[in-house]
Design a protein around this ligand. Sequence first.
Ligand code: SAM
Length: 179
Amino acid sequence: MLRMSVIPCFAVKSKRNTMKYVKLSNRLRALADLIDNCAAVADIGSDHGYLPVYLAQNRRASRIVATDISAASLSAARRFAAKYNVTQSITFIVTPGLDGITATDVDTVVIAGMGGETILRILKNAPWTKSETVKLILQPQSKIDLLCRFLYDNGYEIRETKSVTDKGKSYTIIIVRGD
Ligand SMILES: C[S@@+](CC[C@H](N)C(=O)[O-])C[C@H]1O[C@@H](n2cnc3c(N)ncnc32)[C@H](O)[C@@H]1O
């Protein structure tokens, strides 16, 4: 199991708090809104780290893991977290997909902004995600049909799909749990 800090969530924001808050794009905000309060979240392929930093600032999650296959991307995420003073609330891991993460670490997995085939491969390599207790929030950039076929054939249940428009572009978000 990963060594991660547990963050108090639902904290009340002080009215005198002058800290600047991250403003997410419509697409990322739609993903954030689908994360249950106090969830233990992994953001896979986090890149810039906007989503984990938003979750940390707003005390929305009890655990936050940000991963990326690219060390450079994760360094940028770390810098972004430092700018907002939330580095301590986020565990950063350079890793492909969900390697090194288990169901004891997180209960919610966000995989967004990648091709459907990449998302499919990440899930294939992490069969523990096929669980009723794990919520998957997927936002494929392409090959949505291929990803849905994989989910259907492999014991995942699509609970809901949502559309979000961001800067004139439409995105599909798929909420999934194991059967
Ligand atoms: C376009 S960015 C998306 C960033 C963010 N998730 C979003 O939705 O805005 C894609 C990121 O996924 C990372 N990535 C690509 N394949 C990956 C894999 N197999 N495992 C982890 N990260 C991956 C890339 O390095 C990149 O930082």
